[in-house]
Design a protein around this ligand. Structure first.
Ligand code: PEP
Length: 247
């Protein structure tokens, strides 16, 4: 089965009402390859606005959820609330949250389970630090991040995996096509061995980390690169070129 190319835009904690409207207006007027699935993840406070004004062939994603339902969890947003608000996608496990907020593999797995239980689709972010890459443990790190999720979740049909080497995020230092392809192939092999052949064949594996319109075409040609998760460049007009760089 051919995997539909997927491009996500992670706005991180950037934007104002005015700038989010302007980014979305640009996307609304752009000619986008219909064979590419697109999702944008604005900050939580702009999710409803984005959902209202964005063209319907672009999905809106939250950047995070909590792993509990509604209740006494001040400041958190539940999967139920996202669903109620018509937001069908959520980013889970972004390395900035893992590093800055101490989110563990176990917590990320628990959030993934909570999201799937409400029928949400998940962009599950994994990736190694520079020290881990230099120590030669990249594959061990990403597969143990996946294994934590596999302990909680058996159906991977609503999960898109985003491989994002931490050293490449927001640094301008993109992984080489060979580095990306090697890890993506290892992730697919892990899915085959530990989840199912179907999950290995059908799960989209995105690359993230300093993707721009200058490097996206070459990365997109790799057989196991099924799309991108884009941070900084998703705030710029050239995001459209990244979306349209599908091989
Ligand atoms: C990200 O935030 O997921 C990301 C990949 O950021 P950037 O594209 O800016 O490196």
């Amino acid at each position: 089965m051919a995997r539909k190319f997927f491009v996500g835009g992670n706005f991180k904690s950037n934007g104002t009402v005015a700038s989010i409207k302007s980014i979305i207006e640009h996307l609304n007027n752009a000619k986008l390859n219909p064979n590419v699935e697109v999702a944008i993840a604005p900050p939580a406070i702009y999710l409803l606005l984005a959902n209202e004004i964005t063209r319907k062939d672009i999905a809106i994603a939250a950047q995070n959820i909590f792993d509990k339902g509604n209740g006494a969890y001040t400041g958190e947003i539940s999967a139920e609330q996202l669903k109620d608000a018509g937001i069908h996608w959520v980013l889970i496990g972004h390395s900035e949250r893992r590093a800055l907020l101490g989110e563990s593999d176990k917590f990320i797995a628990s959030k993934t389970k909570a999201a799937l239980a409400q029928g949400l689709s998940v962009i599950l972010c994994i990736g190694e630090s520079l020290e881990q890459r230099e120590a030669g443990v990249t594959i061990d790190v990403v597969t143990s991040q996946l294994a934590a999720v596999a302990e909680e979740v058996s159906d991977w049909s609503k999960i898109v995996v985003a491989y994002e080497p931490v050293w490449a995020i927001g640094t301008g230092k993109v992984a080489t096509t060979a580095q990306a392809q090697e890890v993506h192939a290892a992730i697919r092999a892990w899915l085959k061995e530990n989840v199912s052949e179907k999950a290995a064949e059908e799960t989209r594996i995105l690359y993230g980390g300093s993707v721009t319109d200058k490097n996206s075409k070459e990365l997109a040609q790799q057989p196991d690169v099924d799309g991108f998760l884009v941070g900084g460049a998703s705030l710029k007009p050239a995001f459209v070129d990244i979306i349209n760089s599908a091989a």
